[in-house]
Design a protein around this ligand. Sequence first.
Ligand SMILES: CSC[C@H]1O[C@H](OP(=O)(O)O)[C@H](O)[C@@H]1O
Length: 339
Amino acid sequence: MTVREPLRPVLYDDARDLVRLLDQKALPAEERWLELSTADAVAAAIKDLTVRGAPAIGVAAAYALAVEARRGAGPERLRAAADLLARARPTAVNLAWAVRRMSARLGAPAADVLAEAHAIRDEDEAACRRIGALGAPLVPARARVLTHCNAGALATAGYGTALGVVRAAVESGNAISVFADETRPFLQGARLTAWELHRDGIPVTLLTDGMAGWLMARGEIGCVVVGADRIAANGDVANKIGTYALAVLAAHHRLPFYVAAPWSTVDLATPTGADIPIEERGADEVVMLAGQRIAPVGVPARYPAFDVTPAALVTAIVTERGVVRAPHAAGLAALASTR
Ligand SMILES: CSC[C@H]1O[C@H](OP(=O)(O)O)[C@H](O)[C@@H]1O
C-alpha cells in the first residue's frame, strides 16, 4: 500500500472562511477544488453530487453553516440555511443528523459553531478508522473483496467506511484485492473507488454492473463490503442502487455480505427500510453519459438512486461502536446506549 497524503474531500479554509470541496464530478480526469462561501452554494454542490457520500455531505453541510455564522449570518438566515441544506438530499440520514446537531449550536459564537463542524469531521474520520479496525478481521485471507459505489475516503471525512475496512485489512498485512462495480449512472465505482484505491496502491479491478453474479458463481469473490446511507432500526440498509441485487447474489452463493457505516448512519427513528425515503434523480443522468446521449430521444428512464437491503441478507453491520449480527434490531438497540 502506498502511503499518500490522506484523502479528505471536504476542508475548511479558516483564513478565508471558505468551504473547500474536491469536485467529485471531475475525477478521475482532474483533481479540482471548489471554494464556496454560502450555504446555498454548498447545498447545490450536495444536490449535484459535487460532494457525495453520506458522511461527507453531512460534514459539508456542517461547514456550510459554520461559514455562514463566521460571515455574520443572523438567526433567521442560519435557520433558513439549515433547512435548505437538510433538504438537499433525502436518503442519507447523516445530512439531516449533521444539520440537526449544528442547529443546536447556531446561537453560540461563530467560533463555537465552527468548532462543532470540526468535531463532526474529526469524529467521522475516527469512526471510519475504528470501523476499519473492527471490520478488517472479518475479511478472509487474500480475499477478493467486492464493493459497490464509493464508500471510501471520498464519501466520508477521510479513510472511508467500506474502503476503511479494505485499507485496514491491507494495513494488517492481508493481501486482499478489490473488485469495484462501476456503479452506473454516476460511476462512483469507476471514477472514484478505482481512482482512490489505485492512488493508494491497493489492487483494484473494475467490473461493469451485472458481472458480480458470474464471478461469484466462479468462486472469484470472497466477500462483499459496502457502505450505507441509512440503516433502519430493524437493520434494513439503504445504499446505492444495485446493492440489494448484490446482497441477493451473495446470499445465493453463501458469501458474507458486510455493511460498514458510522453510527451517524444508523437511524433508530426509522423503523424499517420501507420507511426510508428513496431519492429519485433525473432521467437525464441515465440517458446521458459524458455529455453523449445513449438512449433515443423520447425513451423515458428511471433513477432511484438507492435501494433497500433487508436485514436478513446482511451478515453483519460494522460500526465504530461494534459489529452487529442477527438479530440486528436487538444488536443496534444494544449499541444505542454505548459511545
Ligand atoms: C460512506 S457512505 C457512501 C454511500 O453514499 C453513496 O451514495 P452517493 O454517491 O449517491 O452519495 C453510496 O450509497 C455509498 O455507499
